[in-house]
Design a protein around this ligand. Structure first.
Ligand code: NI
Length: 191
């Protein structure tokens, strides 16, 4: 396994729409090794998720895992999940304010509105169908990663640019209020 370089804001390839993966291709050694590298890279960078687009591979694959994450200590845990060709469909109109950061956007966080409940349809890394409902803060994390596969970054969805903050300033001035939001969202949606 290898840790791959992560593209940074301004690299044009972060803005491409990634293509769908075929089943034969997914089950081949090359893409399976790539998925191992994607997970390794996410772990090495302490990310809550990483999309193939961020390591300059334009295929619709992303990895998500939250396990007592030092970058996001308030996030509910999510077991390691690899999504291939994911589709997210909002259920209802509920949205919440999510303070996001990104491994491709160094030292910046901003408030983004995310759907609180979605239906997820995807394959896992072995091509097994996944269909389930995801909710709350966890749903925010999934939306952030799937956005990457469409060439979108969280900053594109920031409605009030006055919410933008460096990580130090965020910790000093915004963390406490956001942790309260997280508590309410988790209470309401269970994750
Ligand atoms: Ni990101």
């Amino acid at each position: 396994m290898a840790s791959l370089p992560i593209l940074q804001l301004g690299h044009p390839n972060l803005r491409l729409r990634a293509r769908e993966v075929l089943m034969d291709e997914l089950l081949g050694d090359e893409l399976q090794h790539f998925i191992d590298d994607l997970i390794e890279t996410m772990h090495a960078a302490s990310g809550a998720g990483l999309a193939a687009s961020q390591v300059d591979r334009q295929v619709r694959i992303c990895a998500i895992e939250v396990k007592d994450n030092p970058r996001y200590p308030y996030k509910p845990n999510i077991p390691l999940t690899v999504l291939v060709n994911p589709i997210l469909e909002p259920l209802g109109c509920d949205r919440f304010d999510n303070y996001e950061g990104c491994l491709s956007v160094p030292n910046l966080r901003g408030l983004v509105k995310r759907h609180a409940e979605l239906r997820l349809t995807a394959w896992d890394r072995h091509g097994k169908p996944i269909e389930r409902v995801i909710r709350g803060i966890t749903a925010g994390t999934f939306q952030h990663e799937v956005d990457h596969l469409d060439g979108l970054l969280f900053i594109d969805r920031v409605e009030d640019t006055r919410s933008l903050a460096t990580w130090d300033q965020w910790k000093a001035h915004h963390e406490a209020a956001f942790v309260e939001t997280v508590r309410n969202v988790v209470q309401r949606y269970g994750s």
